[in-house]
Every structure is written in structure tokens, then in C-alpha cells.
Design a protein around this ligand. Structure first.
Ligand SMILES: *[C@@H]1O[C@H](CO)[C@@H](O)[C@H](O)[C@H]1NC(C)=O
Ligand SMILES: *[C@@H]1O[C@H](CO)[C@@H](O)[C@H](O)[C@H]1NC(C)=O
Length: 422
């Protein structure tokens, strides 16, 4: 139900779909399969900083131990029998969620060695950014290709709680979000008590939420027997989340926010081209030929993106007067850091992995948008002290964009599936 012109750019959904699905998506997928982009270092063991009562389903200690039947007096046996049935099914559910939500941490010996080399390389480059959590001994590399984002059977109560906290407490939540105005157009100033940038922040988070739900509907666990597991499109699930009537208009709005997020990340990528074009920049894995090849592919993708006519209003977003812009930047940063910490409260580890990766990717995109001038003035060679991206930021930026790009592609698949039904 989303088509035609978007509020955010003078382009229509169909143009974005064509551009993404046929020109960008296939190349991006290829790039993301390369060694540089498939290994992401992440600390999944950080405690949730906001509350203690994380649902433990999806972890070993969530299991409820059923009573042994001869411990129980006869008089209440019938009742306890039922209880233990329930407990058993709860354990099964937990084990199921654990299996599906677990993160596969296996890396080949070869990869482990290579990774050590990368770390040395990263340390020796001009990596002056804040010391990240990835220095923690708890942080580990994971292979993203081995851990695809998909439906995990995880329905812990904290899933909705987390999004609720994000929206209610961390999103500059607008009172009513009836008619999204063009957040990129200048001169609209305040509406519904929110400045355009803050409303844009809300839309980004909503877009991220929509994107994750598109993936979960597209890679739904359709069949789960000991013989085989089958993941695929679940149209019912998709409709429950996005159908205009079933969601009382919310669904199409969420999808518009998804396109908004797509355009914002696209814009960040088009702005950061000079950083990647510098001859000093390498996608370092130690394999010279492959690294050079991947850099070529990366630049090809970036130039494709740059050629896409975005027609944004260049002066309105993130660029007010200097003092205001700095204040806004700081506001965004605080909110964003908070949201990435909330990801530590996600019970299912695989969901936590992808949640962290995507928030870091979006955070990197925002960092780029707030640094447009620095990037434009970057020296062509030699160290750049004003603007820098770490390997982690680069990996998350492209993988996060890869997720949104996959969502746009999946929307086409759902459109076709729905047409075949009717
Ligand atoms: C950070 O998150 C906590 C918990 O939701 C909230 O109480 C606090 O206001 C948030 N701070 C910011 C700056 O968003
Ligand atoms: C699809 O999702 C719905 C929930 O939205 C669920 O009830 C149904 O069982 C799922 N279908 C399959 C084949 O798994």
C-alpha cells in the first residue's frame, strides 16, 4: 500500500525499488559476503544497564524444573500433573528459542589468525576514536553469514518492552504522529511540539523497527522437524504488521519510515565517498588481491549511490546554525548511545547481535551526516585527524544498509506473493 511519491525526497517508491533491487542489492550482497564485512566484533555479555528482570527465555537458566511425580501428594497430583506438562512445554519452548536464537561463535583457525592480523593493522592506523567496548575481553568476533537475522521463535516479553522503552523514553516521542510532514524540508520549524530533526529521529527508529519485522516475516520458521528446518515468507505475519486495515493505518506509515531510513543511509553513504576514495584506505584482511578487488567493488557501489538523484534539501537537515547544530548533534548522540545500550537488554542473543549491529550502523550514518563538512575538506592522502571510521563502524554501516536494502527487496517479494493470492 506504499507507492508513489515519498514526503522525503522528490522521488517515488517505484524508482527507489528499481534502483535498489536491480542495481544495488546484488552488488551489496556480494560485498557483504567478503571476509572484511562478514566478521563483526561484538560484546554480547554486557549486562542490561536499565533493568534486571530480563526474560531469560532463550537461555539455559530460564528452564523451570518440573516436579517429580512421587514428590507430590496424591491429592493434588492431577493438578500438578497438568503443571508439569506446562513446565515441560515451557522448557521445550525455551530450548527451542535457545537453539534458534543462539549465536554461532565458531571461526576457523585460519580466520582467527587473520583476525589477529586485522587487529594489529587497525591498531597501527590512525585509530584515535574513543576506546570502544570491543577492547573488552568479552568481545568476540562473530561470522554474520553463519548467524543470519531471522525469526528465532523468541517472543519474550522484553521484545515489546524494549521497543516500548525506546519509543517512550528515548525517541523525542511526538504526541501524535498523524501526518508525517516532510522532515527534510526547511522552514517548517516546529510541528506537534517537535523540531523536524527530532521527528526525523523518531522516524529512523520506526524505520529500523519496520525493517527488522520485514526480515522476521520473510525468514519465518515455517517448518521445524528433526529432519529439516524451513525458513520462508509468512504472509500472515507480514500482513499483521503492515496491512493498512489490520494495523489501522500504522503499517503503511511504518513502511514509509523504512524508506525514509533507506534514504538517510543512502545519503550518508553518498557523503562519505571521499573517505573511501583515499588511496590510503584499504579493506584490510591481508589478502592483497582480494582487498583491492573488494575496494573496487565498494567504490563501484558508492558511485552508484552517488549517482542516485536524491534531491534532498541540503540546507535543512543537521545543518542549522553552528550552535544549534552542535546541540542537536549532542542530543542525538546521547539518545543514540542510550538506544545502543538498551540493545544489551535483548534476551535472545541473535536478536541482540543484529540489534547492536544495526544501531551501530545507523549511528555511523548519523556521525557521517553530522560531519559532512569535515569529510568534504578531508586531505586526499595522509592521515585524516578530523574524520575517521574504524573497521567496526565500516562493517556495521554497510551491513546495516545491507539489511535495509534487503527489506526493500523483500517488500517486492511480498508484493508479488500477495498479488498471487488475490
Ligand atoms: C536513557 O534510557 C533510560 C531508560 O529508558 C531513560 O530513563 C533515560 O531518560 C534515557 N536518556 C536519554 C538521554 O535518552
Ligand atoms: C505465520 O504467522 C502466523 C502469525 O502471524 C502464525 O499463526 C502461522 O502459524 C504462521 N504460519 C506458518 C506456516 O508458520
Amino acid at each position: 500500500q506504499v507507492s508513489g511519491y515519498l514526503d522525503d525526497c522528490t522521488c517515488d517508491v517505484e524508482t527507489i525499488d528499481k534502483f535498489n533491487n536491480y542495481r544495488l542489492f546484488p552488488r551489496l550482497q556480494k560485498l557483504l559476503e567478503s571476509d572484511y564485512f562478514r566478521y563483526y566484533k561484538v560484546n554480547l555479555k554486557r549486562p542490561c544497564p536499565f533493568w534486571n528482570d530480563i526474560s531469560q527465555c532463550g537461555r539455559r537458566d530460564c528452564a523451570v524444573k518440573p516436579c517429580h511425580s512421587d514428590e507430590v501428594p496424591d491429592g493434588i497430583k492431577s493438578a500438578s500433573y497438568k503443571y508439569s506438562e506446562e513446565a515441560n512445554s515451557l522448557i521445550e519452548e525455551c530450548e527451542q528459542a535457545e537453539r534458534l536464537g543462539a549465536v554461532d561463535e565458531s571461526l576457523s583457525e585460519e580466520t582467527q589468525k587473520a583476525v589477529l592480523q586485522w587487529t594489529k593493522h587497525d591498531d597501527s592506523s590512525d585509530n584515535f576514536c574513543e576506546v570502544d567496548d570491543i577492547q573488552s575481553p568479552d568481545a568476540e568476533y562473530v561470522d554474520l553469514l553463519l548467524n543470519p537475522e531471522r525469526y528465532t521463535g523468541y517472543k519474550g516479553p522484553d521484545a515489546w518492552k524494549i521497543w516500548n522503552v525506546i519509543y517512550e523514553e528515548n525517541c523525542f516521542k511526538p504526541q501524535t504522529i498523524k501526518r508525517p510532514l516532510n522532515p527534510l524540508a526547511s522552514g517548517q520549524g516546529k510541528s506537534e511540539g517537535l523540531c523536524v530533526e527530532k521527528r526525523a529521529f523518531y522516524r529512523l527508529i520506526s524505520g529500523l523497527h519496520a525493517s527488522i519485522n520485514v526480515h522476521l516475516s520473510a525468514r519465518y520458521l515455517l517448518q521445524d522437524t528433526w529432519l529439516e528446518k524451513k525458513w520462508g515468507h509468512n504472509i500472515t505475519e507480514f500482513q499483521q504488521r503492515f496491512d493498512g486495515i489490520l494495523t489501522e493505518g500504522e503499517g503503511p506509515r511504518r513502511l514509509k519510515n523504512l524508506y525514509f531510513l533507506y534514504l538517510i543511509e543512502l545519503r550518508a553513504l553518498s557523503k562519505v565517498v571521499p573517505f573511501f576514495e583515499r588511496p590510503d584506505f584499504q579493506l584490510f584482511t591481508g589478502n592483497k588481491d582480494q582487498d583491492a578487488e573488494n575496494k573496487m567493488l565498494l567504490l563501484e557501489i558508492l558511485h552508484e549511490i552517488k549517482s542516485f538523484p536524491l534531491h534532498f534539501d541540503e540546507n535543512s537537515f543537521f545543518a542549522g546554525n553552528k550552535k544549534e547544530a552542535n546541540k542537536l548533534k549532542e542530543d542525538f548522540r546521547l539518545h543514540f548511545r542510550n538506544i545502543s545500550r538498551i540493545m544489551d537488554c535483548v534476551g535472545c542473543l541473535k536478536c541482540r547481535l543484529w540489534g547492536k549491529l544495526q544501531t551501530q550502523g545507523l549511528g555511523t550514518a548519523l556521525k557521517i551526516l553530522f560531519s559532512e563538512k569535515l569529510i568534504a575538506n578531508m586531505p586526499e592522502s595522509g592521515p585524516s585527524y578530523e574524520f575517521h571510521l574504524t573497521r567496526q563502524e565500516i562493517v556495521s554501516l554497510f551491513n546495516a544498509f545491507g539489511r535495509i536494502s534487503t527489506s526493500v527487496k523483500e517488500l517486492e517479494n511480498f508484493r508479488n506473493l500477495l498479488q498471487n493470492i488475490h
